[in-house]
Design a protein around this ligand. Structure first.
Ligand SMILES: *[C@@H]1O[C@H](CO)[C@@H](O)[C@H](O)[C@H]1NC(C)=O
Ligand SMILES: *[C@@H]1O[C@H](CO)[C@@H](O)[C@H](O)[C@H]1NC(C)=O
Ligand SMILES: *[C@@H]1O[C@H](CO)[C@@H](O)[C@H](O)[C@H]1NC(C)=O
Ligand SMILES: *[C@@H]1O[C@H](CO)[C@@H](O)[C@H](O)[C@H]1NC(C)=O
Ligand SMILES: *[C@@H]1O[C@H](CO)[C@@H](O)[C@H](O)[C@H]1NC(C)=O
Ligand SMILES: *[C@@H]1O[C@H](CO)[C@@H](O)[C@H](O)[C@H]1NC(C)=O
Ligand SMILES: *[C@@H]1O[C@H](CO)[C@@H](O)[C@H](O)[C@H]1NC(C)=O
Ligand SMILES: *[C@@H]1O[C@H](CO)[C@@H](O)[C@H](O)[C@H]1NC(C)=O
Ligand SMILES: *[C@@H]1O[C@H](CO)[C@@H](O)[C@H](O)[C@H]1NC(C)=O
Length: 657
């Protein structure tokens, strides 16, 4: 133990002994509460007091309150340390929970009858785990555990609120299993398999569950791109870009030359979730037409958590996303290559956390890379028929410097503590010089699948009314959120684009969780002072103190892709994201060529240099029974700062150290 740890530990001991008697007389405060059950779930019987399940406590990390300061140091163009990215070791050391935190939580457990020998710490020291009986968990957390049933037959152990001693609020982020249900309604994953546990948990794990709905990468994932008409002849001409976007259209629109460099270690990361998969024969068809030099090539492929690039199902809904992302990214950046991060086995459906565990071992909650919430995050080894039984991935994959992620969920699918924890991981990647680009969603101010939030019950509705439903990670202040634009009918690549209103509407709006980052302050303030926004607090958080999104945009309408053996049109911020990411990757090529570092987190630089973007001032992002917001002069919650003006962006980033 280091000296400073001992000092902290001693301080904690003093605080614990003098201020708060441990054990049952400690004052508890509610830590997380769920106000409404997710759709189609119902509460069933109380759990028997003797049932056993694994309880996990996510500890508060140190120095997160300084995140903005650190990010600005390496990402703000006026900082003396611009581009001086941190090592993974420095990041881990700066943010790992303090000895005081570890001690306070372990002391509480011990004083409450959980013997130290039952408690395990994750390697990263971010998580504490122990097996508890229902009676123990209920007493520790002042909670009532019930079994919940989903209409489709799934079961889940949860409570609707839980409390922790007031002196631990500053030490504990999150406890599972507790209140976390989410978008993964219908997920086959529940409590982990534990052979020796008494019923009902064992029974639960043996259930064979029906196919999931709407999970990341599944055919009905609402963040997938949307299919348009089949195309007989995919044209290379720039005369048809209003009805057919091809790589030459994008190069002309954004003034970006074909790729020419391929620095070692500068491949572009593209993340896909199984069963979404690229089809090599479709890739070849596309490249034959648009990039003859790379016909027959495949991305470098990283398989995470038993992933496979499946070939058994071939159709737009299984190949559309991967084909779109890879056909465009590989064509735009060639001769540089793309590295595919294919995440999750065929049956479990993985999450952003599974991906993050694989590229950053310090993020894993247990040595094997279990993620936080069994309802959202793929659990491995899997106990599902056909599931991945091998070791889980926790670290071990080399990170790329730019990621294109064309998947999103709703911020309201998840608890605020869950999204905050994940968002901070993107912040840590930013410190290490990584650019994370996420699609902003395809339903305007509504959420995935065109759902909004009922203002009375807070449940999702059919999208005709209610509270706007922002996307996640779109609202995380440490990622770059990419919205969609279109070339208007009859217009060309030489005339200004509008916000996308064809088939999809650019996801945008304001967070209900994240405060406004400092880099956005003046842009968002101008937006509100220059536009009279008629919606009230019943529609969105209009305090002007929260994170607005997207940050930028790129064309998202009428992309020609090869899929299922044919050319077809495709729509979505799913298309905008790899296009924008390809340009970021090319800027990194130029910086690396003169011995500069990657651009990393770009937002602080872009918001003070908005003129390197083509401002979009037409169109809106309707949803929830409203016209949504308008694209206007300056930043707006539809198309952000606008689309790339590549030569101007390049010049700006080359001028930085
Ligand atoms: C809820 O159940 C109904 C009927 O089974 C089904 O139509 C609907 O899609 C389900 N909704 C969700 C969000 O799963
Ligand atoms: C919890 O119980 C399971 C099954 O017996 C065991 O594999 C696991 O290691 C236990 N966890 C802890 C932290 O003791
Ligand atoms: C590329 O990455 C490998 C593996 O991480 C590393 O060993 C090598 O030094 C890197 N090369 C450059 C040029 O950064
Ligand atoms: C995917 O392929 C499997 C195996 O051929 C088949 O059983 C399943 O029905 C297919 N799923 C869909 C949605 O087509
Ligand atoms: C959506 O829900 C509203 C309110 O419940 C209802 O009036 C409307 O008919 C529904 N619309 C559709 C398309 O189902
Ligand atoms: C633009 O063209 C498309 C395809 O021809 C058509 O569906 C759409 O209605 C047109 N939109 C406008 C505003 O004219
Ligand atoms: C809106 O955001 C502000 C700043 O984070 C917060 O103080 C306020 O409670 C939020 N309003 C609502 C209705 O959630
Ligand atoms: C980049 O660094 C390498 C190795 O230090 C050096 O050989 C090369 O000349 C540098 N290139 C430029 C453009 O500064
Ligand atoms: C969008 O523009 C229309 C037409 O100018 C205007 O009536 C409306 O109030 C604007 N809406 C917002 C949210 O700015």
């Amino acid at each position: 133990m280091r000296i400073q740890d001992i000092v902290r530990l001693f301080a904690a001991l003093v605080v614990a002994v003098t201020a708060s008697p441990l054990g049952s007389s400690t004052r508890h405060v509610v830590h997380e509460r769920r106000s409404v059950l997710p759709h189609n779930w119902s509460k069933q019987s109380r759990l028997p007091p003797t049932a056993v399940f694994p309880v996990r406590i996510g500890l508060v990390q140190q120095n997160l309150d300084r995140a903005d300061e650190f990010i600005d140091q390496v990402s703000h163009p006026l900082s003396a340390d611009y581009g001086k990215h941190w090592s993974a070791e420095k990041v881990a050391e700066m943010f790992s929970p303090s000895a005081e935190t570890v001690f306070a939580v372990k002391s509480w457990l011990h004083a409450s009858g959980i013997e130290p020998s039952r408690i395990r710490m994750s390697k990263s020291r971010n998580w504490v785990e122990f097996n508890a009986t229902t009676a123990e968990a209920e007493s520790l957390l002042r909670a009532q555990y019930h079994m919940y049933h989903h209409e489709a037959g799934h079961k889940h152990v949860a409570c609707e609120e839980y409390s922790i001693p007031s002196h631990l609020v500053e030490h504990i982020d999150i406890v599972t299993p507790t209140v976390h249900f989410d978008k993964k309604v219908g997920s086959p994953r529940r409590v982990q398999k534990h052979e020796n546990l008494p019923s009902p948990i064992l029974e639960l794990n043996k259930r064979q569950l029906p196919a999931p709905h709407g999970l990341l990468g599944s055919p009905d994932d609402a963040s997938n791109p949307k299919q348009g008409a089949a195309i007989e002849n995919a044209l290379m001409s720039l005369d048809n870009c209003d009805t057919m976007i091809t790589p030459p259209c994008l190069q002309a629109l954004y003034n970006v030359p074909p790729g020419s460099k391929a620095a070692q270690n500068n491949t572009l990361g593209v993340v896909e979730f199984t069963p979404q998969a690229f089809s090599q024969s479709d890739m070849n068809k596309f490249f034959t037409q648009f990039a003859p030099g790379i016909t027959q090539t495949s991305p470098n492929t990283n398989l995470i958590d038993g992933a496979i690039v499946q070939t058994q199902n071939q159709s737009f809904s299984f190949n559309g996303e991967s084909n779109l992302d890879l056909q465009y990214a590989m064509t735009l950046i060639a001769p540089q290559q793309v590295t595919l991060f294919q995440v999750g086995d065929l049956v479990s459906s993985a999450s952003f956390n599974n991906f993050l565990d694989a590229i950053d071992g310090s993020y894993c909650n247990f040595d094997g890379g279990d993620s936080t919430d069994p309802n959202v995050d793929g659990q491995y080894p899997s106990n599902l028929p056909g599931g991945f039984t091998g070791p889980k991935n926790c670290g071990g994959f080399t990170s790329t410097k730019v990621y294109s992620v064309s998947y999103s969920s709703n911020e309201a699918d998840l608890t605020s503590k869950y999204v905050q924890r994940q968002c901070m991981e993107y912040m840590k990647l930013g410190l290490q010089g990584v650019t994370m680009l996420f699609s902003s969603g395809d339903f305007g101010v509504a959420g995935n699948g065109d759902q909004c939030i009922d203002s009375q019950t807070l449940a999702f509705n059919n999208g005709s009314s209610g509270i706007f439903n922002p996307s996640f990670p779109g609202t995380c202040p440490y990622i770059t959120s990419v919205g969609a634009t279109q070339i208007n009918n009859g217009s060309s690549v030489r005339t200004p684009e509008s916000a996308c209103e064809r088939v999809i509407f650019s996801g945008g709006g304001f967070s209900n969780v994240f405060a406004m980052p400092s880099y956005q302050q003046s842009a968002v303030t101008s937006y509100f002072s220059n536009n009279k926004i008629s919606y009230g607090a019943d529609r969105f958080n209009n305090s002007q103190k929260v994170r607005g999104f997207p940050d930028v945009s790129a064309n998202g309408a009428n992309y020609v892709i090869a899929v299922d053996g044919k050319f077809a049109l495709t729509f979505g911020t799913s298309a905008s994201t790899p296009t924008f990411a390809s340009m970021v990757n090319m800027i990194n090529e130029e910086r690396l060529a003169v011995n500069k570092t990657s651009v990393g987190f770009m937002n602080p630089t872009l918001y003070v240099n908005p003129t390197v973007m083509n401002d979009i001032t037409n169109g809106g992002n309707q949803g929830c029974g409203t016209p949504g917001f308008n694209s206007t002069k300056g930043w707006d919650p539809v198309t952000g700062l606008g689309t790339p003006n590549y030569p101007a962006m390049l010049k700006l980033f080359m001028s930085l150290p």
